[in-house]
Design a protein around this ligand. Structure first.
Ligand code: FAD
Length: 379
């Protein structure tokens, strides 16, 4: 709906997964929600995935396209991960996060402040709470990049050989130049008989470019005798894996989603975390408690800071140490893997996981891991 100035209990700017989840959960509580986006009705295109145990119970099954049961990983040896990994259908996820009970405004926000949002067309939208969910476009932060193609599942068979998915396969398809950053294969079912095969640079500063990733994917396919036509749908991925302080929102505005640091600063994943915190935030807004305090208790701030240090450590690893680093990670019991990758407040679990990865890593890697923790210069 477009029109003159509007007001609501909560004004949400940005309708990616974070803004849309919060809009939906606030509207479910009877709050008057004004939801603003430049393109509010555009269907999302990224292939979003998450561990099933991260998803909130209110999310219906129609949001999911496929679930990979106990996917596999390969560092210097193969690991079976005792968790299930879900791939969203983006249209289904958008429908689940219904905006039917919200006032949706198409527009570009140019100023967000306490109680008011100004749009480029001159309108003002007023609200008791203003939420900034505009996402992150931050080229200075470490980035994840990937180049992927969608193929029929039988085409992917030689790569998967009966596995439900490769969460990550760090075997390199071809000999890389001495200090070239390694990439991994992410091979996941999309439902409907399709599989995404994606060559991924987990985090780089600078990251690997699309041409390089495409060439590596091609040699990986050739090495397994997989023939493709070149006409397959393509996914190009590039996003900041952590949120630099320069992106923080103005006074009186609460940033959420990737913009607000509700992301894992090592993988850049944010969708499951944003879905999980939506109810906490909606309750805080409904009951007029401080949503920032609910979102960022000391434990969450510590976990974020430690994970940023984990990213700094990872970026210092030499290419040859990276597969062993992931062996150390996948050797962790699943609750510790979860503490490292999922959730936002388990300080003890995260410290234990980091300590165990450190002690299981070879000595040269330990030096770099320690240096990254001591000097986490990322931005
Ligand atoms: C291809 C790809 C694959 C990814 N895969 C995963 C994955 O598997 N799992 C995962 O957890 N994460 C994944 N990510 C990373 C990350 O979680 C996503 O980027 C996610 O979309 C972040 O959600 P968000 O709601 O915070 O922001 P965004 O999705 O970036 O949404 C921001 C919204 O704000 C709107 N907006 C921006 N500025 C304005 C403005 N001035 N006025 C009005 N509206 C504005 C935009 O139009 C947009 O709709 C992926 C990212 C990409 C690009």
């Amino acid at each position: 709906m477009n029109g003159a100035n509007l007001s609501g209990d909560v004004v949400i700017v940005g309708l990616g997964p974070a803004g849309r989840a919060l809009a939906y959960r606030c509207a479910q509580r009877g709050l008057r929600v004004v939801a603003i986006d430049k393109h509010p009705f555009r269907t999302w295109t990224p292939t979003y995935g998450a561990w099933t145990d991260e998803l909130p119970s209110w999310l219906g099954p129609s949001a999911l396209a496929a679930v990979a049961v106990r996917p596999s990983a390969f560092g210097t040896r193969e690991w079976k991960i005792e968790r299930d990994y879900a791939v969203f259908t983006t249209a289904g996820l958008q429908q689940e996060l219904s905006l039917d009970a919200c006032t949706v405004v198409q527009g570009s926000a140019i100023r967000l402040g306490a109680g008011v949002v100004r749009l480029a067309d001159g309108r003002h939208i007023y609200g008791r709470v203003v939420i900034d969910a505009r996402g992150v476009r931050e080229p200075r932060a470490p980035q994840q990049t990937a180049f992927g193609i969608v193929v029929p599942e039988e085409t992917a068979d030689p790569l998967l050989e009966g596995r439900s998915a490769w969460f990550m396969d760090w075997r390199q398809p071809a000999k890389l130049a001495a200090m070239a950053a390694p990439s991994f294969l992410y091979a996941i079912p999309l439902g409907g008989g399709a599989t995404l095969l994606e060559e991924t640079c987990l985090a780089g500063q600078p990251p690997l470019g699309f041409a390089e990733l495409r060439a590596r994917l091609q040699s990986r396919l050739s090495a397994h005798g997989v023939a493709v036509t070149g006409a397959e749908p393509v996914e190009r991925v590039r996003f900041a894996v952590c949120m630099p302080a320069s992106t923080r929102s103005p006074q009186g505005v609460l940033a959420i989603g990737s913009r607000g640091g509700i992301l894992h600063p090592a993988t850049g994943y944010s969708v499951a975390a944003s879905l999980s915190v939506a109810d906490l935030l909606a309750d805080a807004i409904a009951f007029r408690t401080n949503p920032r305090a609910i979102l960022w208790p000391l434990s969450a701030r510590l976990v974020y800071a430690l994970r940023e240090r984990g990213l700094a450590s990872f970026l210092r690893l030499s290419p040859t140490d990276i597969p062993a680093f992931f062996d150390a990670f996948f050797a962790l019991p699943v609750p510790l893997q979860r503490s490292y990758l999922s959730g936002r407040t388990d300080v003890t679990g995260l410290v234990t996981a980091m300590r165990r990865i450190f002690t299981a890593s070879p000595w040269p890697a330990r030096r770099q891991l320690a240096a990254g923790v001591m000097r986490p210069e990322l931005h």
